[in-house]
Structures are given as structure tokens and as C-alpha cells.
Design a binder for this molecule. Structure first.
Ligand code: NAP
Length: 246
């Protein structure tokens, strides 16, 4: 059963990691996707892996810049005729303890995650409310539920994404637009592969299922939230954590 047949989805930070896995799963479920990311060459390679321009287009788009996000969304509607799903996934980390974190590191993370997600939610929401339908999926994190040492910036942004999503869910519900979050735990991606071995082992010890998650396992939750199986869900935060910090 294809759950997203002929839907159009935009995925920020879609050239690699969880964003790319979401794109792969969406295409497998019949969707056409637009990948937004910073690096044009990485985007081209990702779109080619998905099957080329019949199913995947690209946009160099920094989510911090509202004009770039607006152009990407307009491009998706022009290319494929609608905007049915928006996944705000782009992210960075700039980890440091409170004692060592610079104001710049704090601002960078807040800007990409929180401002970026706000840009994507409000601009996709504006198109979807006119359409009378749509699903917005925002990538929060277990860090936003529990707080993580060395991540006061990231934990604040990821908790903020939950609040942002709930507020937007209330505003957009009467227009047929749903807004939900995913809170992944430890997932094996380029972002987490940069982590020191000691930090990785500490996190692993907290996971009842006894392993890190794969990007495809987050993508499964995104397919569910994007499509009609979750038609009565809005304003929720779905944990994909192997049971960690439940
Ligand atoms: P990733 O592999 O680093 O991928 C993130 C992508 O976003 C990269 O392609 C990155 O480009 C891009 N990006 C960064 N800043 C951007 C900007 N300003 N505008 C547009 N794109 C930008 O990370 P991931 O692990 O797949 O994470 C994806 C999302 O899941 C993030 O929101 C992350 O916080 C969240 N998450 C991840 C985990 C995990 O364990 N991996 C857990 C919980 C939540 P560059 O490479 O050029 O920077």
C-alpha cells in the first residue's frame, strides 16, 4: 500500500542523514519530493539516487532565510502542482557546556533549528491553508524532552520546536492542516558519527532496545505523520528512541 501517492513533499536538510531517508521513504510511498539543503552538489547526488527529476527536485535553501524558503516552496508547487507535506528537518549541533559555549554557538543553533522551523512552518502553512489540506512534520529531539549535557542551545531549540508546533497546530487545524513533531533519540547519521566514543557509549547504555536507531526508522514515523493514517493527530510529539528516557 502506497501511503503518499502523488503527494508533494518538501524536506529541508534533505541531502543526507534523516532528511534523505525521509525522502527515500516518501518516494517509495508514491510522493514527489523537493529537497532543500545548503550544498548544491550533495543535493544533485541525492536527487539522482532518488530517481531523478520526475520524482525529486532540489533547491539550495538556507532555512534561516525566509525568502529562500519561500522560493523553494513556490518552486515545489510550480514543479508538482501542490504542497502536501512539509518536513522541517535541517539541523546542526554546536555542543559545549554552559561554561564554554559562546553566544555565537547559541545563536547559530537557535537560528537554524528554531527560526528555520518557524520559517518552514509559517510559509508552508500559508500555502496549505489556501489549499485546505496539508501535513507539517517538524524534527524535534529527545534533547528537547529531557535536556542533554553540552546542549543548552540544541535542547532549548528542540523544546521550542515542540511549543511552536503545538501553537501552529491550533492555528492551522481549522484550515485542514496538521502539525506534528518527531523526537528521535540516538540515530546513526553524519551528525552523530561526529560524537566522541564515550558520549556514544553513555547514550547506548540508556536504550532499552539496546542499539542506535537507523534513519529509515525515523522515516517510518515521518511517513505515518505525513499521510492519512495519522489523520486525527495534530500537535503531538512522537518519540522514536528505542525506549530511551521514556
Ligand atoms: P545531518 O546528517 O547533519 O543532516 C542535516 C542536514 O541539514 C545537512 O545536510 C546539513 O547541511 C543541513 N543543514 C544544516 N544547516 C542548514 C540550513 N541552515 N539550511 C538548510 N539545511 C541545513 O543531521 P541528521 O542527524 O540527519 O539530523 C536531521 C534532523 O534530525 C536534525 O534536525 C536533528 O537535530 C534531528 N535529530 C537527529 C538525531 C540523531 O541522532 N541523528 C536525533 C534527534 C534529532 P550541512 O551538512 O552542509 O551542514
Amino acid at each position: 500500500m502506497k501511503l503518499l501517492q502523488d503527494r508533494t513533499a518538501v524536506i529541508t536538510g534533505g541531502a543526507q542523514g534523516i532528511g534523505f531517508a525521509i525522502a527515500e521513504a516518501f518516494v517509495a510511498h508514491g510522493a514527489r519530493v523537493v529537497l532543500g539543503d545548503l550544498d548544491a552538489a550533495a543535493l544533485d547526488a541525492a536527487a539522482a539516487r532518488l530517481g531523478g527529476e520526475a520524482v525529486a527536485r532540489t533547491a539550495v535553501c538556507d532555512v534561516r532565510d525566509a525568502d529562500q524558503v519561500r522560493r523553494m516552496l513556490r518552486g515545489a508547487v510550480d514543479a508538482f502542482g501542490s504542497l502536501d507535506v512539509m518536513v522541517n528537518n535541517a539541523g546542526i549541533t554546536r555542543d559545549a557546556t554552559l561554561r564554554n559555549m559562546t553566544e555565537e554557538q547559541f545563536d547559530q543553533v537557535i537560528d537554524v533549528h528554531l527560526k528555520g522551523c518557524w520559517n518552514g512552518t509559517r510559509l508552508a502553512g500559508a500555502i496549505m491553508r489556501e489549499q485546505g489540506s496539508g501535513s507539517i512534520v517538524n524534527l524535534s529531539s529527545l534533547s528537547g524532552k529531557a535536556g542533554m549535557v553540552g546542549q543548552t542551545n540544541y535542547s532549548a531549540a528542540k523544546a521550542g520546536i515542540v511549543g511552536l508546533s503545538k501553537a501552529a497546530a491550533k492555528e492551522l487545524a481549522r484550515h485542514g492542516v496538521r502539525v506534528n513533531c518527531i523526537q528521535p533519540g540516538l540515530i546513526r547519521t553524519p551528525m552523530t558519527e561526529a560524537m566522541p566514543a564515550k558520549a556514544w557509549d553513555q547514550k547506548m547504555a540508556e536504550i532499552p532496545l539496546g542499539r542506535a536507531g537507523e534513519p529509515a526508522e525515523v522515516a517510518g514515523a515521518a511517513v505515518f505523520l505525513a499521510g492519512d493514517l495519522s489523520s486525527y493527530m495534530t500537535g503531538t510529539a512522537l518519540e522514536v528512541t528505542g525506549g530511551r528516557l521514556m
